[in-house]
Design a protein around this ligand. Structure first.
Ligand SMILES: C[S@@+](CC[C@H](N)C(=O)[O-])C[C@H]1O[C@@H](n2cnc3c(N)ncnc32)[C@H](O)[C@@H]1O
Length: 408
């Protein structure tokens, strides 16, 4: 395929953006792949772009060709599918991921020519095309849960002259017919590594999966299997992806609307809010910003040690006498906590509702992390014997995480 001068300069811009993101030149093999599969060929005419206020607004190629083209070659994620959830919020459920993050993940995968590779989350098909440039088309299998998204990806791949196998189905099951794979890469995030992925990984092999927790979706788990199939891995910073969704989650395509929600959980129900507000406030020494602020290492640790617990800062009009409010909720909805920082003097209090004292659990997690010297995520590890249960640890498997931590 011959690129036009406009396409060539757009790809040169993209390479510069990715190099900025990496802080070094794009490795040769991935620079070649980025040139070989132009990103705009994988984007539908109607996409959604970040609106700067935490949401996404539509961009129609016919109406705004320059903005659409600019997004295609910028280091930004481009949302390609909105979904109306059963609760009514409209959330992004498929996108072309930001190119810098894509290349960082591909580097972490350490793909070699001739490897068989399984990708979970086909999306636009762009990443599958990049994988196919290096591994060869016949070596790549990619699984997408959304049938319409999978069909669009097949068409885009064909248009770009690439022919990896696109499977429509729940990627949590992998694709056993193509196993074993030397490499498995997820481009949707997981709270636990589906056993099928490790079972289908060759020995030795490597798996790369963006990490998700109810508290915070951040970090990428990189796992290697040895010749026995025993898996050991660690987290590395970066990677914030849409979550792996169940195959039948009642999604509805809302057309060209605007995203009204994020994919980050759900607010407490009105009754739970009122009940929590009526609970007695108790002083707490832990600042909500320590665990729900800009420190993603702290957020990562809370996500790992207190699984299934979600948080959100209250937005909207500020209440009299209150500087900030953080809502904390167990995903089963049974327990909530409200952390409030007073406007005068900054005194912090917490109100608990339900059987679990969620803020106490978070405080304990933060103290454990603090006492351990605030280790960053690269010191956290994952191991699993073939067919066994995973173990999470700090520095070595002899230092397992406290009981109650997520067991992926
Ligand atoms: C960030 S997008 C992937 C980007 C993609 N690799 C690309 O190059 O455009 C995440 C994708 O994962 C898909 N997904 C979510 N849950 C899944 C599952 N259980 N099985 C397979 N795909 C899934 C979503 O439908 C979405 O298309």
């Amino acid at each position: 395929m011959t690129a036009t001068p406009a396409e060539e300069s757009a790809v040169a811009r993209l390479l510069a953006h990715v190099a900025d993101f990496l802080g070094r030149p794009v490795p040769g093999e991935w620079a070649r792949a980025l040139r070989a599969v132009p990103r705009h060929l994988f984007l539908p005419d109607l996409v959604w772009l970040r609106d700067g206020r935490g949401g996404h607004a539509p961009c129609d190629r016919a109406r705004e060709p320059a903005r659409w083209w600019e997004a295609a070659y910028a280091d930004v994620p481009v949302v390609t599918r909105l979904t109306r959830e059963p609760g009514g919020a409209t959330v992004p459920t498929s996108s072309a991921s930001a190119p810098g993050t894509v290349v960082a993940m591909l580097e972490a995968l350490d793909l070699r020519a001739g490897d068989r590779v399984l990708e979970i989350g086909t999306g636009t098909g762009w990443n599958a095309a990049l994988l196919a440039v290096l591994a060869g088309d016949s070596g790549v299998v990619t699984v997408e849960v959304d049938a319409e998204v999978a069909d669009r990806a097949r068409a885009a791949l064909a248009g770009a002259g690439r022919t990896p196998r696109v499977v429509t189905g729940d990627g949590a099951a992998g694709w056993p017919a193509g196993a074993p794979y030397q490499r498995v890469v997820a481009t949707c995030s997981v709270r636990a590594v589906p056993p099928a992925w490790l079972d289908q990984l060759a020995a030795p092999g490597r798996l790369v999966a963006p990490w998700d927790a109810a508290w915070c979706s951040y970090g990428t788990l990189v796992v290697e299997t040895d010749a026995r199939g025993a898996a050991t891995g660690r987290w590395q910073p970066g990677g914030s992806y849409m979550p792996l969704r169940p195959a039948d989650d009642g999604v509805v395509d809302p057309g060209a609307g605007t995203a009204t929600g994020t994919d980050a959980g759900g607010s407490p129900a009105a009754g739970a809010v009122a009940e929590t507000e009526r609970a007695r406030p108790e002083p707490t020494p832990l600042s909500p910003w320590a665990v729900a602020g800009a420190d993603y290492e702290a957020q990562f640790v809370v996500g790992l040690l207190v699984p299934g617990v979600w948080h959100a800062w209250e937005t909207g009009e500020r209440r009299a006498g209150v500087h900030a409010r953080l809502w904390v909720r167990a995903e089963d909805g049974a327990s909530t906590a409200l952390v409030e920082v007073a406007a005068a003097g900054g005194r912090t209090t917490v109100r608990h509702r339900g059987p679990r004292r969620l803020w106490d659990e978070i405080t304990a997690a933060w103290h454990w992390w603090h006492a351990a010297g605030r280790p960053d995520m690269t010191r956290f590890g994952y191991s699993r014997e073939p067919g066994g249960r995973p173990l999470l640890w700090l520095d070595t498997p002899e230092r397992p995480l406290p009981a109650g931590s997520v067991r992926p």
